[in-house]
Design a protein around this ligand. Structure first.
Ligand SMILES: [Fe+2]
Ligand SMILES: [Fe+2]
Length: 257
C-alpha cells in the first residue's frame, strides 16, 4: 500500500499529516465552488497555496519545529475561519457551492482538531491512555460515519450494490460513535486504568477501522481506473483511508496525535 509510505509518525510527520489534510480539503472544496463565486474561489486557492508551502517544509523536516507548528496553526486557523464564514453564508443561502453543509462542518472540525493536537504538542502534556482512546474514538468515529455518507453522496445512484454496502457501513460507524459517546460518561475521570469494557471497545474499533481503510483503498483503486461511476474527486478516497489509518494507529498506540 504505497500511499502509506510517506506517513511518518514523528512530530514532523504528524504536523505534515494535518497540513496535508487541510490543504486537500481546500483542493476538494475548490471543485465545489460555483463559477459565480470567483472571490470565494480565489481566497480558497490562496489558502491552499499557503498550506502547500508549509506542508512541503514539514515533509522535508526543514526548520525549527516550534516555528513550523506556529505557522501551521496560523494557516489552518485562517482556513478554518474562511470555511466557517462560508458555512454561515451557505446556511443563509448567500453563496452557491455544491458542498453539503455537513461536509463544510466536517472540514471545520478537522481544522479545529489540528489545532488541538498542535496545542498538545506545544504543551508536551501527558494524556492517559483511556482518555486518549475516548477522545480519538469520539472525534474520529463521527468523521468515519461522515466519510461514508459523503462517499454515498458522490456515488452514482445506479451503483445499487455499492450504495447498499456503504449505507450499511455508515450505520455501523454511527452506532460505534454512539457507543463512544456513551462510554465517555460511563467511564469517569480520573481514568488511570484501562477498564476491560473500554479495552474491548478499543479493539473492536481498531478492527472495524482497519476494514474501513481497506474498503476505502479498494474503492480508491476503482475510482482511479474510472471503474466506479462517481463525482468524487480522484484523491478523495485516499484521503479518507489515511484518516482511518490515523485513527486505528492512535488507538493502538494509546495516543492523541
Ligand atoms: Fe479530512
Ligand atoms: Fe475526514
Amino acid at each position: 500500500m504505497g500511499y502509506m509510505d510517506n506517513y511518518e509518525r514523528d512530530a514532523y510527520g504528524i504536523v505534515a499529516f494535518w497540513l496535508r489534510s487541510n490543504l486537500e480539503h481546500g483542493q476538494f472544496f475548490d471543485r465545489e465552488i460555483s463559477h459565480h463565486e470567483l472571490e470565494l474561489a480565489r481566497v480558497n486557492q490562496s489558502m491552499v497555496q499557503n498550506l502547500a508551502g508549509i506542508w512541503q517544509r514539514a515533509e522535508q523536516k526543514q526548520g525549527d519545529l516550534t516555528i513550523l507548528v506556529n505557522e501551521s496553526q496560523q494557516a489552518i486557523s485562517e482556513f478554518q475561519n474562511f470555511l466557517t464564514l462560508g458555512m454561515g453564508k451557505a446556511l443563509r443561502c448567500q453563496v452557491i457551492v455544491s458542498a453539503p453543509v455537513a461536509l463544510m462542518d466536517h472540514m471545520i472540525r478537522e481544522a479545529e482538531e489540528s489545532n488541538n493536537v498542535f496545542n498538545l504538542m506545544k504543551s508536551g502534556g501527558h494524556v492517559l491512555v483511556s482518555d486518549s482512546v475516548l477522545h480519538e474514538s469520539s472525534f474520529w468515529l463521527r468523521q468515519m460515519a461522515d466519510h461514508l455518507a459523503f462517499v454515498q453522496h458522490y456515488l452514482d445512484p445506479t451503483n445499487y450494490e455499492l450504495q447498499d454496502k456503504v449505507r450499511g457501513m455508515t450505520h455501523k460507524f454511527e452506532r460505534l460513535f454512539l457507543q463512544a459517546n456513551a462510554l465517555n460518561t460511563i467511564v469517569r475521570k480520573p481514568r488511570t486504568e484501562m477498564l476491560p469494557v473500554l479495552n474491548a471497545f478499543r479493539q473492536m474499533v481498531i478492527s472495524e477501522t482497519k476494514d474501513l481503510e481497506k474498503f476505502k483503498l479498494e474503492l480508491d483503486a476503482l475510482i482511479k481506473q474510472c471503474a466506479a461511476i462517481t463525482t468524487a474527486p480522484p484523491d478523495l478516497l485516499e484521503h479518507l483511508a489515511r484518516e482511518a489509518h490515523h485513527l486505528w494507529r492512535n488507538l493502538e498506540e494509546g495516543m492523541i496525535s
